[in-house]
Ligand binder design. Structure first.
Ligand code: 9Z3
Length: 311
């Protein structure tokens, strides 16, 4: 698809216009403070197979990469726009699934003057108070905005709106595209309206290629921004070439290359003229250090150099 006509191919989600305004205001406010702002996309997209969908195509992404990276960007002083798959990992909260706090927290007496007191053994919820503090600090400072998507169509429209919101920040805007976006979809015009019947026998579906949004993002939507895409493969022998190929085709700044079986312990940061392997040692894992801290640290330095260069 040469020209991407999002509206014609993908139904615009309800609320997209309102989110576009909220994102533009968020970016403008942080830009006026002289803050860098990063868009972190996270989680997998859901692709309906029927017009009144019962079945979907989805993928493995848990959103952990995105959630952990948001924490590291906030700690580094960035404003963060988090475009994430509904019910995937959420910054700070993902460390504490309900079964941990449901068992650990208990009411500490009846509410007094509208204040509910809860208590827990410190050991039962390690890091819980620190996570609450970090989240609430970002919320109070107004440096974090979370926007949900579920389907591929939601994602595409919100990505475009986010890019347009960040465009006025020029090189101070970073795009960190960690979401696992479907490569395939069924156009609305070709979808069966009702649930596909199994009485029809084995199912064959032809899916179209999803247009690569990196192309209009780099060329038109936010041409001055610092743009990082992620490349995922299962075959280590092809990953670096695939990453280099993406840099050549889209002309953006960085590809973070990862292999499915080691996504949370090792990545390679690939640029036009460098390859930097980031690895977690066993001691770092034992200390609770996450690979995202290293990725964000590395990219932050590159972003500084990029901004200096553009100015
Ligand atoms: C990634 O490669 C992310 O690192 C993961 C993170 C999705 C592997 P989790 O959410 O996993 O922590 O479970 N994201 C991009 C994957 C992708 O589909 N990239 C496209 C490709 O490889 C390029 S846009 O072709």
């Amino acid at each position: 698809m040469a020209e991407v006509d999002l509206v014609a191919e993908f139904p615009r989600p309800a609320g997209a216009a309102r989110w576009a305004e909220v994102m533009a205001r968020f970016a403008a406010r942080l830009g006026a403070q002289g803050r860098r702002v990063v868009l972190v996309t996270s989680g997998g997209t859901k692709v309906p197979l029927e017009a009144r969908p019962v079945r979907f195509l989805d993928n493995f992404s848990s959103g952990r990469r995105g959630a952990m990276s948001v924490e590291a960007f906030l700690a580094a002083g960035y404003g963060v726009l988090f475009l994430y798959r509904a019910r995937s990992a959420f910054p700070y909260a993902h460390r504490f699934p309900p079964q941990t706090w449901l068992a650990a927290l208990r009411p500490a007496g009846p509410p007094q003057a509208g204040l509910l007191s809860l208590e827990a053994e410190e050991k039962a919820l390690p890091g819980f108070a620190a996570a609450l503090r970090s989240y609430q600090e970002a919320a109070t400072a107004g440096t974090f905005l979370a926007v949900e998507f579920t389907t591929l169509a939601d994602y595409l429209h919100l990505l475009q709106a986010a890019a347009q919101a960040l465009n006025p920040l020029g090189p101070s805007a970073m795009f960190y595209l960690a979401a696992a976006v479907s490569d395939f979809y069924v156009p609305v015009s070709e979808m069966p309206e009702h649930k596909i019947q199994s009485s029809g026998g084995p199912l064959q579906i032809t899916m179209k290629m999803v247009p690569k949004m990196l192309s209009p993002l780099v060329k038109d939507w936010a041409p001055k921004a610092f743009i990082i895409s992620f490349k995922l493969e299962t075959d280590p022998s092809i990953i670096i070439n695939r990453a280099r190929n993406a840099l050549e085709v889209y002309q953006h700044q960085v590809v973070v290359a990862n292999i499915l079986e080691s996504i949370h312990s090792s990545v390679v940061i690939v640029t036009k003229d460098s390859e930097t392997k980031l690895l977690l040692t066993e001691e770092e894992v034992a200390k609770g250090i996450a690979i995202e801290e290293k990725i964000v640290d590395n990219l932050q330095s590159r972003h500084t150099a990029f901004i200096c260069d553009r100015n």
